[in-house]
Ligand binder design. Structure first.
Ligand code: GTP
Ligand code: MG
Length: 216
């Protein structure tokens, strides 16, 4: 019998239990603000390095295998993708940063596009900052973290790919990330494979939508 957080492939885990999402679909693909939705539903954004698992995490939260496109090669998501979640909020999948192969021009474009979205988007209610549980936060991770603090954007740090390390090592890795970012509490571990952390993330989403706080 498997325990929910044990990783061993895609069978017999928590899949099919927990939060069910009645409707989830790609609503908009944008590269500039004029293409953003104007529905004014609250938005939750997923931010992090290329390949950290943003699109996979969105699929896991929504229990849709291929709604957000994923790849083993970094740089898969190149546009700002708005997913309609039950006609009441958007999940916003963003292109990742820190992808060495993109040119300076393209990397600047990333900055303009993503920063433009994060900085000036009233419906944006919460940011999930994703970092790989196996590694110390990168310079880019630290920068975006500082940036969220500076602009007072509500955020939660997620340590992705928790299935990649032994369960006994999880707390130690969370502590390393917490310390590097000088956070009071450790990040939330998550695995798109085992669904470790899925209920906890939904709890954050529900809380911030049911009890929204002003951005400033
Ligand atoms: P960009 O779109 O390039 O910014 O990347 P991304 O952050 O959206 O990453 P994506 O979801 O495409 O995942 C990158 C790779 O990591 C894929 O091969 C995924 O299968 C793998 N991956 C993502 N999350 C997990 C996880 O929780 N566990 C494991 N083992 N692999 C994962
Ligand atoms: Mg992606």
């Amino acid at each position: 019998m498997q325990t929910p957080n044990t990783h061993s492939g895609r069978t017999a885990k928590t899949h099919g239990t927990g939060k069910e999402v009645a409707k989830a679909e790609l609503a908009k693909t944008a590269v500039k603000p004029s293409q953003f939705p104007d529905t004014n539903w609250p938005e939750v954004a997923f931010v992090g390095r290329s390949n950290v698992g943003k699109s996979s995490l969105i699929n896991a939260l929504l229990n849709r295998k291929k709604l957000a496109r994923t790849s083993q090669h970094p740089g898969k998501t190149r546009t700002i993708n708005f997913f309609n979640v039950e006609d009441r909020l958007y999940f916003v999948d963003l292109p990742g940063y820190g992808y060495a192969k993109v040119s300076k021009t393209e990397s600047a474009k990333w900055g303009d596009m993503v920063e433009g979205y994060l900085k000036d988007r009233p419906p944006l209610k919460h940011i999930f900052l994703l970092m790989d549980i196996r590694h110390e936060p990168s310079a880019g991770d630290k920068q975006i973290h500082q940036w969220c603090r500076f602009y007072n954007l509500p955020y939660t740090i997620i340590a992705t790919k928790s299935d990649k390390i032994k369960k006994s090592q999880v707390q130690k890795h969370l502590a390393v990330i917490r310390k590097a970012l000088e956070e009071e509490s450790p990040p939330l571990p998550f695995s798109s494979e085992s669904w470790d952390g899925r209920d906890a993330m939904w709890a954050v989403i529900e809380t911030m939508i049911l009890q929204p706080k002003p951005m400033q």
